[in-house]
Design a protein around this ligand. Structure first.
Ligand code: GSH
Length: 207
């Protein structure tokens, strides 16, 4: 298997952490988004969205990080990241969809305005966009914070794909400047994710 990724991308990090946690062999190929390498014709042929992460497994090409994570789990029987129980699976999948549709897009505003623009595009953040992002961030961070009261993990008693998917943004908290201060449950939960060997070994080099 080969995974095309960009190390600081949360979308990539959660897939790499899944690979490490499952102990799967996979070649990692970095696609440098800062150089627009995702637009190279060879890569667009693999993923017409020109987005990482993208997995190639023999003749099968799979994009969308959460689909890749579930596919990787299907290769390891009895794994605890995505257990076979239908209700547990549905619960994990719910959080993965929620990350894609809501929490991740709220975090994405801060990543774009406070990291991508100043670091990669030498552009100023748009304060109106940040204000809209704040409203969205607070709406969904409250849902997450409330859910985490009395829990160490999003689903059940151990780490699952749900934690990797939703937690993947939080490594960028200080650079992206998410307004995370009021959300003590989220901070406590993420500190637990940071203790995991697979999370530590999948960490991007700081830039
Ligand atoms: N929903 C996708 C999002 C992937 C995504 O947004 N990738 C970004 C980097 S974080 C990308 O490759 N952008 C390059 C581009 O749009 O050209 C997933 O979960 O895999």
């Amino acid at each position: 298997m080969k995974l095309y990724h960009f190390p600081i991308s949360p979308n990539s990090r959660r897939v790499v952490a899944t690979l490490h946690h499952l102990g799967l062999d996979c070649e990692l190929q970095a696609v440098d988004l800062s150089k627009r390498d995702q637009l190279q014709p060879e890569f667009v042929q693999i993923n017409p969205n020109h987005m990482i992460p993208t997995l190639v497994d023999g003749d099968f090409v799979l994009w969308e990080s959460n689909a890749i994570m579930q596919y990787l789990c299907s290769k390891v029987s009895d794994n605890s990241l995505f257990p076979a129980d239908p209700i547990v699976r549905a619960d994990i999948t719910r959080w993965q969809f929620w990350q894609t549709g809501h929490f991740g897009s709220a975090c994405g505003v801060f990543i774009t305005e406070n990291i991508i623009k100043p670091v990669f595009l030498q552009a100023e953040p748009d304060l109106q966009e940040i204000a809209k992002g704040e409203e969205r961030f607070h709406r969904f961070a409250k849902v997450l914070d409330d859910h985490l009261k009395g829990r160490d993990w999003l689903v059940g008693d151990g780490v699952t794909l749900a934690d990797f998917s939703v937690g993947s943004y939080l490594d960028l908290t200080s650079m992206a400047k998410y307004p995370l201060e009021p959300y003590l449950e989220i901070q406590r939960w993420y500190a637990g994710i940071e203790q995991l060997a697979a999370w530590q070994s999948s960490a991007p080099q700081k830039f």
